[in-house]
Design a protein around this ligand. Structure first.
Ligand SMILES: [Zn+2]
Ligand SMILES: [Zn+2]
Length: 76
């Protein structure tokens, strides 16, 4: 399972800086940036994340790794 990261607003692959641009891809990009991590409840935003195929949940890579390997996770 490879972690991904979302493109930021205003970058080449990210949503336009104009929030009212009306592009479908931009609207989806903004929604994705505001999705919440199923572990910590904070926005995925620009952090590395995984999509969990079984549940459809989005989780930060660090949160998922901490959940899977609580003994080896840093900062937890
Ligand atoms: Zn746009
Ligand atoms: Zn998290």
């Amino acid at each position: 399972m490879a972690a991904g990261a979302l493109p930021d607003i205003g970058t080449e692959y990210g949503p336009c800086t104009d929030a009212g641009c009306g592009h479908r891809d931009c609207a989806q990009g903004r929604i994705d940036l505001e999705r919440l991590c199923a572990h910590c409840g904070e926005a995925i935003a620009l952090r590395l994340f995984y999509k969990i195929p079984e549940t459809g949940d989005w989780v930060h890579a660090t949160c998922e790794e901490a959940a899977v390997n609580p003994d080896t996770a840093p900062h937890r």
